[in-house]
Design a protein around this ligand. Structure first.
Ligand code: 3IO
Length: 334
């Protein structure tokens, strides 16, 4: 007679404890647009693990990869309105919305993702841009330098004439300068566009060869070292303000470390992904001549002028931002 009662009492006590823990802690939702294997989601899971560890469970994070809570284009609005507490946005998908931080999408030829991500973080810290005033920025990072991945070989720039390629942001302008047909869409829509033949390839970083299995259809890779895509992880402002001070401190302390971790992870993963693609699908890597690289560089210059004009419209003095960007790049890439 006594045993079942003890079990019952113990179960009740355990239930109460669980309920108390849930009440004492805060749970937040974190939305992401690409599939779980991709680097924006890998960094999301790392952030969740670190946060839960560093807060001792006072903050728990429920992650939603693959556009299951918010998609690429409604991510910003969704976080602002609280449909998700946290969201990961690709800045290139929001033309004109983030004039200052779009500097990181300029053709300055980053060679390292770690350097690009740290540069982005430091620029943000220094300028505290207005464009993020409605949200709390939890971390920032970039993709790796962008390359062409295509179904047909791009051995010279002339091969690009008329070719429809998926891209976003500043790279679309470079493509049009090259006589290619840039097609703007989020990464999450690219698998279908490639499959349907709407595009013959894409311009992004090599991680996607493996993580989206694009190596299977895009057997030709051309090294162009075009701009990186900047990303921001943002939190609903009211939610941020509701957090206890010690939890806020943990998140603030983690921000730069997370940017660096993500950059390092991606730099490494780019190599893994390309090697995997060579073994799995015998993809071919094409390189351009120095003359062609000079032409790519020349095509980038009008983008800088466009960006300066965009900044001027938003009341931002672009010159010091660009100067700091180049100085930070030199510092982190040395
Ligand atoms: C990217 C975006 C989502 C998932 C993996 C990715 N690897 C590189 C990018 C950058 C990019 O092309 C974009 O659209 O943000």
């Amino acid at each position: 007679m006594r045993k079942p009662m003890t079990v019952l009492a113990a179960s009740l006590a355990l239930l109460c404890l669980m309920a108390a823990t849930a009440l004492a802690g805060t749970m937040v939702t974190y939305a992401n647009f690409p599939p779980s294997k991709t680097f924006p989601c890998v960094q999301m899971e790392r952030w969740k693990t670190e946060v839960e560890k560093r807060t001792g469970g006072a903050l728990t994070v429920q992650t939603f990869p693959g556009s299951t809570l918010l998609g690429a284009k409604n991510m910003l609005r969704g976080v602002q309105t609280g449909q998700a507490d946290i969201g990961c946005i690709s800045i290139a998908y929001y033309p004109g919305v983030f004039p200052l931080m779009s500097a990181v999408n300029l053709p300055v030829a980053f060679t390292s993702t770690e350097a690009a991500s740290l540069t982005m973080w430091d620029l943000f810290q220094k300028y505290q841009p207005e464009e993020f005033k409605d949200v709390k920025v939890l971390t920032l990072f970039t993709s790796a330098p962008s390359q062409i991945m295509s179904k047909v070989p791009v051995k010279t720039l002339a091969d690009l004439k008329g070719m429809p390629l998926r891209a976003s942001g500043t790279i679309l302008r470079v493509l049009s300068g090259l006589g290619a047909q840039g097609v703007g869409m989020p990464m999450s829509e690219t698998p279908e566009a490639l499959q349907k033949g709407v595009v013959k390839g894409l311009v992004s970083s090599f991680d996607v060869l493996k993580d989206f299995n694009f190596a299977e259809s895009c057997r030709h890779e051309t090294i162009t070292n075009l701009p990186v895509y900047p990303f921001a992880v943002i939190m609903n402002k009211a939610k941020w303000e509701s957090l206890p001070a010690d939890v806020k401190e943990v998140l603030d302390d983690l921000a730069r470390d997370q940017a660096q971790w993500t950059g390092k992870y991606l730099d490494q993963h780019i190599d893994d992904s390309l090697n995997w693609s060579k073994e799995q699908y015998q993809v071919e890597v094409h390189t351009l001549t120095p003359v062609e690289h000079a032409e790519l560089k020349k095509l980038g210059q009008p983008l800088v002028d466009d960006w300066k004009a965009e900044c001027a419209k938003a009341g931002i003095d672009a010159e010091p931002v660009l100067k700091d960007l180049l100085e930070l790049q030199a510092k982190y890439e040395s």
